[in-house]
Design a binder for this molecule. Sequence first.
Ligand SMILES: NC(=O)c1ccc[n+]([C@@H]2O[C@H](COP(=O)([O-])OP(=O)(O)OC[C@H]3O[C@@H](n4cnc5c(N)ncnc54)[C@H](O)[C@@H]3O)[C@@H](O)[C@H]2O)c1
Ligand SMILES: [Zn+2]
Ligand SMILES: [Zn+2]
Length: 361
Amino acid sequence: MAQQVRGVVARRKGEPVRIETVNVPDPGPGEAVVDVRTCGVCHTDLHYREGGINDEFPFLLGHEAAGVVESVGPDVAGVAPGDFVILNWRAVCGQCRACLRGRPWYCFDTHNAGQPMTLEDGTALSPALGIGAFADKTLVAAGQCTKVDPTVSPAAAGLLGCGVMAGLGAAINTGGVGRGDSVAVIGCGGVGAAAVVGARLAGAARIIAVDIDDAKLTTAQQLGATHTVNSRGTDPIEAVRELTGGFGADVVIDAVGIPETYRQAFYARDLAGTVVLVGVPTPDMTLELPLLDVFGRGGALKSSWYGDCLPSRDFPMLIDLYAQGRLDLDAFVTETIPLDGVEAAFARMESGRVLRSVVEL
Ligand SMILES: NC(=O)c1ccc[n+]([C@@H]2O[C@H](COP(=O)([O-])OP(=O)(O)OC[C@H]3O[C@@H](n4cnc5c(N)ncnc54)[C@H](O)[C@@H]3O)[C@@H](O)[C@H]2O)c1
Ligand SMILES: [Zn+2]
Ligand SMILES: [Zn+2]
């Protein structure tokens, strides 16, 4: 039986989000309905509301979630009702060109199945990143459910579903940070702070956190940054070079994603170093760089989609590290909020006081 639940919907560009009644169809072939337990508020949800991702309003927001599988459709083998899962926006399909070439972290064959979730009047909803988890229940592709140890805190575990995985993976998978490397992270919100943690896990010797907000820098330091730079008053390119013997960092991660920070990342890295862009730019942004510098500075300019993660490989492994006390996911949960607190959480996100607000359902 199709169900009616509460969900946080963005109807029009820039308009405050509202709780609406959402129709959740029964799962079709290859699908699952998940009883959502927690969902973090990620900057990408705000990008959706601002029309920065696409114009397919109305959106059912929320995509950083943990929950319990309620029911599955036909032809579902990997998960069963009662399983505790983290939702992912990379349901590796095994069939597309990327998968067949052995690069499943580039698989973008997301859920495009039968019945959509709708508003009460039947208007189809676009679930953020194919998930839509600011809702009591959501309908996803079964491959978007990754089963993990059910004894851990759902609020912390769910963060691996997006921002924390994106940041950890930007450092570990995309940036290939290695033992002894120097790393700079520009922008230390949820994603950047996770990149700091990833750099530390990977054995970086020097981790320089850059932000325009001192509170974020303090948190970054608690999470493993060895140095901090407030780029409001200090040129971050000069500062990173000074802290790396005049060379620049081996890997610079831009977790803001605007032309100014990308340019800083480009010039704050050592010759032949790596820039990783994990912050998401908006469609109006352009970048101008001397082509001779692109050539002359060598190295790699990479983008990181979801930290180049493989949910089936990375989520259980990271939850294991969390359970052992070697990865502090709790540090990312600044506050837990009710479902009607998302709009206020967007405002707090912009004020810079919060690493992650997590909706508990
Ligand atoms: N690539 C991916 O797969 C992926 C996944 C999740 C999120 N994201 C993107 O990552 C970005 C960060 O997300 P978040 O949730 O951490 O956001 P956030 O709002 O929590 O953090 C942004 C941080 O950047 C800082 N900042 C802003 N302008 C700055 C500047 N000019 N210089 C230095 N620091 C600055 C802020 O003070 C804040 O600490 C967003 O663009 C988001 O859409 C990307
Ligand atoms: Zn694929
Ligand atoms: Zn996100």
